[in-house]
Design a protein around this ligand. Structure first.
Ligand code: KMH
Ligand code: ZN
Length: 273
């Protein structure tokens, strides 16, 4: 099996300090959390940004400052800024981090329920995001929250509307209202992706640790972090994103999977930069 790429989604747009006091908002807090994850073995950091009071924002300048600060604290780390932002944001708002030409960014592959909200990713929105990523030479991480999202983005790739092979998928399972975090669903999705693709699994909430275990043994890659889950185990909150990544590293070791450095992850993801 290839080495395991660990992604840390350190902040998200929905989780707050009320849920876990270590959720980062300020630039300093973002750097602290990114560094803790990086030092524990994360090769990739998925980045959302907030204003200092915790309000989610897609402001380009806030992204610039946070991405630069994380890069400095975590040499070589792969950064995947979010173009998903928070539900209710406009496509134009969400696209701002792509103006910074990061090597990767998320591209959400369809509309879905998101708890009590609707996360809107209609075809015109996805085409606009695909066009921007083609123009700015950004490799998308294709976020699939629903089984149908995968089929949608494979069709778009076949039509040249989004960057094609080799594609990187992130199967985000267990969001309320979307495909549940089960091994059966993950197995189905993995079997549909084109040869030569790479994939990551993210389990949300109580699906987090079962999906980490599944991702490790199935030969994929895994994502953890406060965006998805704030617990180390039932009833025990993680003190940092680093603690969540440490648990992934320990599980990988137990199960015989080595962890990829950022350079190794860059090669596995066919990143040019
Ligand atoms: N905050 C969610 C509504 C992404 O980063 O691309 C969307 C999200 C996906 O987090
Ligand atoms: Zn995200």
């Amino acid at each position: 099996m290839e080495k395991l790429i660990i992604t840390a989604a350190i902040c998200g747009a929905e989780v707050t300090k009320q849920h876990n006091s270590a959720v980062p908002y300020t630039v300093e807090e973002m750097v602290r959390e990114a560094k803790s994850a990086f030092e524990a073995g994360a090769a990739v950091i998925h980045v959302h940004v907030r204003t200092d009071d915790g309000t989610p924002t897609q402001d380009r300048e806030r992204f610039r400052v946070v991405l630069d600060a994380i890069r400095e604290a975590c040499p070589g780390v792969i950064l995947i800024p979010s173009t998903g932002g928070a539900t209710g944001m406009t496509p134009e708002e969400r696209l701002q981090p792509t103006e910074l030409c990061p090597e990767m960014a998320t591209l959400d592959c369809g509309t879905c329920n998101f708890g009590d909200d609707i996360f809107v990713n209609d075809m015109p929105t996805m085409r606009a995001f695909g066009k921007r990523m083609l123009e700015n030479n950004i490799k998308p991480e294709y976020e699939c929250f629903e089984i149908g999202h995968l089929d949608t983005v494979l069709g778009m790739a076949a039509r040249g509307e989004v960057p094609g092979a080799p594609m990187q998928f992130n199967f985000v399972l267990g969001v309320n209202g979307c495909t549940p975090a089960t091994v059966g669903h993950l197995d189905y999705l993995v079997k549909q992706i084109p040869a030569g693709s790479t994939w990551t699994v993210t389990g949300v909430g109580r699906g987090a640790w079962p999906m980490v275990a599944a991702g490790i043994v199935m030969g994929g890659n895994v994502r953890v972090g406060f965006e998805d889950n704030i617990y180390l185990e039932r009833g025990r909150k993680a003190a940092s994103n680093g603690e969540l990544v440490e648990k992934v590293a320990a599980l990988a070791k137990l199960l015989g999977r080595e962890i990829a450095t950022p350079d190794e992850a860059r090669a596995l993801l066919s990143l040019k930069k």
